[in-house]
Write a protein that binds this ligand. Structure first.
Ligand code: DX5
Ligand code: ZN
Length: 213
C-alpha cells in the first residue's frame, strides 16, 4: 500500500493547524516536514519549536526530512518529540553508518536522503542498516519544481541491489510528484510519495491524494 505524505512546505503557514487537519481528513498517511538551514540548501524553513507544536496537534506519523549540515545534532530532540521517520542527507554526513545506528537506538525509522546527482551505490554498503531511502526527484530547497525523471533509473538500481542482498526497506520519492509520475513511481516499488505543491496547490486535497494513490 502506498503512503501519501503531504509536504507542509507548500501549506499556508498562517493557517498551519487548519491545513494539517484538512490533509488529515483528506486521507494523508503521514506528514512530511522539510527542515532547511540556508547552508546545505539555499532556503530556510522551520526548526524544533515549530515541529514540537506540530507534534502536539498532529494525529499522523511525522516524517522529518533534514536538509541541514550536522543533522545528527537534532536526532535526540526529534526522537523525544515522537517523530516516527527521520532522514538526513548522505551528502552532509561523513559517518552515515554511525548516524543510522544512532537513529535506530532512538527507536525511529532511520532514513538516508540522496540528491538527484548522488548515486544510489553510495549507500549500498549500509543498506542493511537503513529503514528507508528518500530519493530526491528535484534539487532540494524549494517546493514546486519540475520532476527529474532520472530518479526512475535510481529506483530500479536500488531495488535490484535490495533484491540481491534480500533486504526490505521503505522507498520514498520527494519532489515534483504529481498524477503524471505517481503510477510509474508506485509500479517501480516506491511506497511513500511526498507531494507539496500538487496537493496544497489545489482546493480539493482529497481528490489530489486519491489521484496519487
Ligand atoms: C524540496 C522538499 C520537498 C518539497 C516538495 O526540497 O524536500 O519535500 O516540499 O514539494 P513539491 O511536491 O512541490 O515538489
Ligand atoms: Zn522533503
Amino acid at each position: 500500500m502506498v503512503k501519501i505524505a503531504p509536504s507542509l512546505l507548500s501549506a499556508d503557514f498562517t493557517n498551519l493547524e487548519k491545513e494539517i487537519i484538512a490533509v488529515t481528513e483528506a486521507g494523508a498517511d503521514m506528514l512530511h516536514l522539510d527542515v532547511m538551514d540556508g547552508h546545505f540548501v539555499p532556503n530556510l524553513t522551520f526548526g524544533l519549536p515549530i515541529i514540537k507544536q506540530i507534534c502536539e496537534i498532529s494525529t499522523l506519523p511525522l516524517d522529518v526530512h533534514l536538509m541541514v549540515t550536522n543533522p545528527a545534532q537534532y536526532f535526540v530532540d526529534l526522537a523525544k518529540m515522537g517523530i516516527r521517520y527521520i532522514s538526513f542527507h548522505q551528502e552532509t554526513e561523513f559517518h552515515i553508518h554511525r548516524q543510522l545506528q544512532t537513529l535506530k537506538d532512538l527507536g525511529v525509522k532511520a532514513g538516508v536522503a540522496l540528491n538527484p546527482a548522488t548515486p544510489v551505490a553510495s549507500i549500498f554498503p549500509v543498506l542493511t542498516d537503513i529503514d528507508f531511502v528518500l530519493l530526491m526527484s528535484v534539487n532540494p530547497g524549494f517546493g514546486g519544481q519540475k520532476f527529474l525523471p532520472l530518479v526512475f533509473d535510481k529506483i530500479v538500481n536500488l531495488r535490484k541491489q535490495l533484491e540481491k542482498i534480500g533486504h526490505k526497506i521503505e522507498l520514498e520519492v520527494d519532489g515534483g510528484v504529481n498524477e503524471e509520475n505517481a503510477l510509474t513511481l508506485i509500479s517501480r516499488g516506491v511506497n511513500i510519495l511526498v507531494a507539496g505543491s500538487y496537493i496544497f496547490g489545489s482546493d480539493n486535497y482529497k481528490d489530489r491524494i486519491e489521484n496519487l494513490r
